[in-house]
Write a protein that binds this ligand. Structure first.
Ligand code: NAD
Length: 243
């Protein structure tokens, strides 16, 4: 069976690092994003120039029809998806009483709904083949409470629940479902915090620095490719930040 990976939210950051590493490991990859498709195209061009098979598809993971169209396009161009990395995510820092219903809904629609839509779209073939792997991207704030990030933290807790429950349901069908829980990783997402706060956070992390996207990508590839007896697991990568 051909190794085909769909990595959502992979124009930059953790997703881009995962697409790059998986391509280097011989996977045909679909890069997906909702914005900055110039970056996604650039990444695809770079992967193709290095001799890897890569395609790009712009779709909002919260949009079920767009996700279904994306998966059909991947099947046409690369083949059936055998690895799904549910990485696309958005964060928002605000006090609980300031959260409006639209923001609450949007974060759930993207972070959790995206996992639901993408997983349901790729599952028929995985079930048919009795094989496949899904890696979800949660957060340490899916394992611990986060002040001023109640919405984000709630979506990331839910992703861990989804991972564990789906792993139990799909194990008899030969499909593994695992999850990574990154700490503070040096990507565009955390730039909103400002350099001063990031320096302060780095000082509080026992390893003394933020994580690199490549370090999370390595864990995603490990769960997807090497950890063949692991399912329903959450792998925390946070430099020792929360114990
Ligand atoms: P990022 O903001 O650098 O990249 C996010 C990517 O997701 C982009 O490619 C963006 O286009 C895409 N995206 C956003 N909304 C989308 C949507 N609706 N549909 C499709 N694509 C969409 O973020 P990152 O730091 O690389 O984060 C990747 C994942 O890792 C997220 O799920 C995030 O919650 C999680 N995470 C990040 C950190 C961190 O410190 N950076 C920590 C823990 C977990």
């Amino acid at each position: 069976m051909k190794n085909v990976a769909l990595i959502t939210g992979s124009s930059r950051g953790i997703g881009a690092a995962a697409a790059q590493l998986l391509a280097e490991n011989g996977w045909s990859v679909c890069v997906n994003c909702i914005e900055r498709d110039d970056l996604a195209r650039e990444l695809c061009d770079k992967l193709r120039a290095a001799g890897h098979e890569a395609m790009y598809y712009k779709a909002d993971v919260a949009d079920r029809e767009a996700v279904a169209a994306m998966v059909r396009a991947v099947e046409r161009e690369l083949g059936y998806v055998t690895l799904l990395v549910n990485n696309a995510g958005v964060a928002r820092q605000q006090q609980f009483q300031d959260i409006d219903a639209a923001t609450w809904k949007r974060l759930f629609d993207v972070n959790l709904g995206g996992c639901f839509n993408c997983t349901q779209a790729v599952l028929p073939h995985m079930l048919h083949e009795h094989a496949g792997s899904i890696v979800n991207v949660s957060s340490i704030w899916g394992q611990h409470g986060a002040s001023c990030e109640v919405t984000y933290s709630s979506t990331k807790h839910a992703i861990i629940g989804l991972t564990r429950s789906l792993a139990a349901e799909l194990a008899p069908s030969g499909i593994r479902v695992n999850c990574v829980a990154p700490g503070v990783i040096d990507t565009e997402m955390v730039q909103v915090l400002g350099q001063e706060t990031l320096d302060m956070l780095a000082g509080e992390i026992p390893l003394g620095r933020l994580g690199r996207p490549e370090e999370i990508a390595a864990a995603i590839a490990y769960l997807a490719c090497d950890a063949t007896y692991a399912t329903g697991q959450v792998l925390t990568l946070d430099g020792g930040f929360v114990n």
